[in-house]
Design a protein around this ligand. Structure first.
Ligand code: ZN
Ligand code: ZN
Length: 125
């Protein structure tokens, strides 16, 4: 099972390697980078469309797929769906090396996310 804990362990393990590495058998391992915010639970505040004074809190898990996302609004609580989760997904960084937003040479060297400015972690391609 994919959990936040083993993702973080994997990220820490990756951080200790330098990109790219050549194995004793000549196999080249290429490393990509991704924003470290992808590796933890994220809480995103989304404003209610019916009451502008109200905000709801959406929790987004560090793994792919949308089935574990939750929202604390009444619609989610009673019906299991709402529009806030989709809006929250658009607000998070979610940057990876495959993203259209490119890293500058300096950001690549220093492992900085070009979208949100946080650190990046190395992941095996
Ligand atoms: Zn909601
Ligand atoms: Zn980022």
């Amino acid at each position: 099972m994919k959990t936040a804990k083993n993702l973080l362990a994997r990220a820490r393990e990756m951080r200790s390697f330098g990109p790219p590495t050549v194995g004793y058998n000549g196999r080249v391992t290429q490393f990509a980078q991704e924003c470290e915010s992808n590796l933890e639970w994220q809480e995103v505040e989304v404003r209610s469309s019916t009451d502008p004074k109200k905000t709801y809190s959406v929790s987004i898990p560090p793994w792919e797929g949308t089935e574990d996302i939750t929202c604390d609004c009444p619609s989610w609580t009673y019906r299991g769906y709402c529009r806030h989760t989709r809006e929250a997904m658009r607000k998070i960084c979610n940057w990876t090396s495959n993203d259209p937003v490119p890293q500058s040479e300096e950001q690549r060297r220093n492992h900085v996310c070009p979208r949100c400015g946080r650190n990046t972690v190395l992941v095996e391609e």
